[in-house]
Design a binder for this molecule. Structure first.
Ligand code: HEC
Length: 389
């Protein structure tokens, strides 16, 4: 643990005073830590509107370093939390230090649920929290509704008929549904499925921080400036090494970027990065974004996570339109419209052409690839598209 210089607390206090936050009576506790649960009404980059059990709404402030956990893993994006979903907040000094879905909370407490019974006529089921290790009951039973929006995964496969056997173990995201009174199950995952969602969440976080940078805060200036990342970046930071080049940019004016090297391996939780060069215009207490600069693009580290997260849902196995990315060979082979990859030539590689929109069908279908993703992909193919490392 690093102790923040006193000046930082002072800075925090000023910002708080400038932007009044509605704080519920239970959370007036100064800088001590406080926990509460509620339903998401809306969530933006720096503000969460939460409804409590009685429907009363309260607004909370988020920071760039707020930890966002889903499926038991840190580093979720804001957009992954949906209105109506139940979340748990940890508040520190009046701002949200951690926001997690119900499953992350169950994982941290090692408390999954065991199914007691299911009533198919009423579309609800009853569960009780249990000790993850011993299976002993650990709290009150709960009855949860289910319906069309409920997503049930067993043995890593989605189930289209909601059927949960008595005694089976699940991790459950909860929330509210407009047409039902009482809590409903949103995501119901057995152990194997929860593991897989967690793994994907981890990859998504690494890919996002690699491409868009990880948020950090300048905690020391001088000739060896030091920045602190959030706790969500622990796994990501472990891959950075002394001598690696990074781009440090201001959150609000990214044009103001500095390229520098790491002076030492990252250390600590949350991780601390010591930099070689002075940061010029960036002052202590400012939030920044740290983006690694790769001399070489790696398949395993850069390309595979992008494909797994954005394409695998439809192009695993046989693959939509006969294009499968389930092995490097099949990825190279491509589909009926052409070769997936022509080594050295992104302009002739269907993978790149589809993602950049230069050829139809533009992929992925529901959103555009980011410029950072496209650049990584282009550099990797143009450099010869090696599948290792
Ligand atoms: C939601 C499902 C879905 C996702 C996600 C998706 N695709 Fe597709 N993809 C399709 C479908 C459906 C087609 C066939 C469309 C057609 O033939 O008009 C297709 C076709 C393609 C083709 C053409 C193959 C050929 O030769 O006909 C390529 C290349 C492709 N996708 C690449 C990708 C890549 C790369 C990603 C990830 C960045 C991706 N797709 C994500 C559903 C998806």
């Amino acid at each position: 643990m690093i102790r923040l210089p006193a000046g930082l607390w002072f800075l925090g206090a000023i910002t708080l005073a400038q932007s009044p936050v509605l704080t519920p009576p239970s959370a007036i506790a100064g800088a001590s830590s406080e926990e509460l649960t509620g339903l998401v009404v809306s969530l933006e980059a720096d503000r969460l509107l939460l409804a409590d059990a009685a429907g009363k709404r309260t607004s909370y402030r988020l920071q760039p370093l707020t930890s966002l956990r889903r499926f038991g893993e840190p580093g979720a994006a804001i957009g992954e939390f949906q209105p109506g979903e139940q979340v748990r907040l940890r508040l520190r000094g009046g701002t949200v230090a951690e926001l997690s879905d119900a499953i992350s909370d169950q994982v941290q407490r090692k408390t999954p649920f065991r199914v007691v019974s299911q009533d198919r006529d009423q579309y609800h089921f009853t569960v009780e929290p249990i000790d993850g290790a011993t299976g002993a009951p650990k709290g009150e039973r709960q009855t949860l509704g289910y319906g069309k929006p409920t997503f049930l995964m067993q043995r890593e496969n989605p189930e289209f008929v909601f059927r949960v056997a008595e005694g089976s173990r699940f991790w459950i995201n909860r929330g509210a549904a407009p047409e039902r009174s009482g809590p409903v199950a949103r995501e119901v995952l057995d152990d194997a499925s929860r593991e897989r969602f967690g793994r994907q969440q981890r990859l998504r976080t690494l890919a996002r921080f690699d491409a868009a940078g990880a948020p950090a805060r300048v905690i020391a200036g001088g000739p060896i400036p030091t920045v602190q990342l959030g706790t969500d970046a622990v796994t990501w930071a472990q891959r950075l090494k002394s001598g690696a080049r990074v781009r440090v940019s201001n959150l609000t004016t990214p044009g103001n970027a500095r390229i520098t090297m790491l002076a030492a391996d990252p250390s600590g939780t949350p991780p601390i990065l010591q930099l070689r060069d002075a940061l010029g215009g960036l002052g202590v207490g400012e939030y920044v974004r740290v983006t690694p600069i790769r001399e070489q693009v790696s398949f395993k580290q850069d390309v595979e996570p992008i494909l797994q997260v954005n394409c695998l849902p439809c192009h695993g196995g046989r693959g939509a339109s006969g294009f499968s990315i389930s092995s490097p060979e099949r990825l190279r082979a491509g589909g009926p419209r052409g070769k997936g990859i022509v080594a050295g030539k992104s302009g002739e590689s269907l993978l790149y052409l589809a993602m950049s929109g230069e050829r139809n069908p533009r992929m992925p279908p529901d959103r555009d690839a980011t410029p950072e993703q496209l650049e990584l992909l282009k550099r990797w193919i143009d450099a010869g598209a090696a599948s290792e490392p």
